[in-house]
Design a protein around this ligand. Structure first.
Ligand SMILES: NC(=O)c1ccc[n+]([C@@H]2O[C@H](COP(=O)([O-])OP(=O)(O)OC[C@H]3O[C@@H](n4cnc5c(N)ncnc54)[C@H](OP(=O)(O)O)[C@@H]3O)[C@@H](O)[C@H]2O)c1
Length: 242
């Protein structure tokens, strides 16, 4: 029977594959309790290597009634998370903006920005009451530099940067919010982005997830307010520049 982890737990969205799945494994490996959110719970990972197993709830992050129900249950049992990692994302289209199909535009913005905004509205008031908590948003180079050919995916990442920046000015201490660009990661999304030759040398998700998990663990132990409003890059964290 799991009990409430005293140092708090991390809630990660989009854990059926790719970076999210690897992050759950890495957090477990680093002894950090995790709750993973996947719309395919059979695929969600979470090796029980630490004292607390990863626990999973099954939800499409855009399905507000299910998310609310599951979060109510979770908060009732484990309290509010020490950190939420908004990792779930979709890349549906590469090409010029005006040729992106409506369905792709709507789904991309729904998953990549509307859902995180609604999750923030649901979770931050609980964090304020508890007097702790961080919001971490997975971003991308295309959400920070102007690049052509990324359609609404790029718009959604610019919007996530704006969400985090605005939140960081509104959150009371010691709460915090920052964005994190993981750099190129060898995932389904990356293969879709570069179906031919990849101009970079993407690293396997497990390799990227390890330093992320260790960084997150230090934030849970020491607080993360010093990163409030930051636009972080994983390579800078790994290089000790953060
Ligand atoms: N890979 C890169 O090089 C790279 C670079 C910069 C930033 N990022 C960011 O890193 C994050 C992870 O990307 P990734 O490369 O690991 O992508 P991925 O391999 O495509 O995995 C995306 C994950 O998000 C989940 N997801 C999508 N829509 C969802 C929804 N409505 N509800 C619940 N889960 C949903 C997927 O679950 P299903 O299996 O159910 O679809 C999957 O587990 C994304 O935010 C991405 O923008 C990635």
């Amino acid at each position: 029977m799991k009990t409430v982890p005293p140092e708090g737990y991390v809630l990660v969205t989009g854990t059926s594959r790719g970076l999210g799945r690897a992050l759950v494994d890495a957090l477990c490996g680093a002894g950090v309790p995790v709750v993973s959110v996947s719309r395919q719970p059979g695929n969600a990972s979470g090796r029980a290597e630490g004292p607390f197993q990863a626990r999973t709830f099954s939800a499409d992050i855009t399905d507000t009634p299910t998310v609310d129900r599951e979060l109510d249950r979770l908060f009732g049992e484990w309290g509010v998370p020490a950190m939420v990692v908004h990792n779930a994302g979709v890349l549906r289209y590469r090409g010029v903006q005006w040729e992106e199909p409506e369905e792709s535009v709507r789904e991309t913005l729904d998953v990549n920005i509307t859902a995180p905004v609604l999750w923030v509205a649901r979770i931050v008031p609980e964090m304020v009451k508890a007097g702790l908590g961080g919001q971490v948003f997975l971003s991308s180079t295309v959400g920070r530099d102007n690049r052509t050919g990324w359609g609404s995916y790029a718009l959604s990442k610019w919007a996530i940067e704006a969400l985090s920046a605005n939140l960081s000015r509104e959150l009371p201490e010691p709460l915090y919010s920052f964005t994190l660009n993981p750099g190129p990661v060898e995932t389904e999304m990356r293969r879709k982005a570069y179906p031919g030759k990849d101009p970079a040398n993407p690293r396997p998700p497990a390799v990227v997830a390890r330093p992320m998990a260790l960084f997150f663990r230090t934030l849970i132990e020491r607080g993360g307010r010093k990163y409030n409003g930051s636009k972080l890059n994983l390579d800078a964290i790994e290089g000790g520049k953060v």
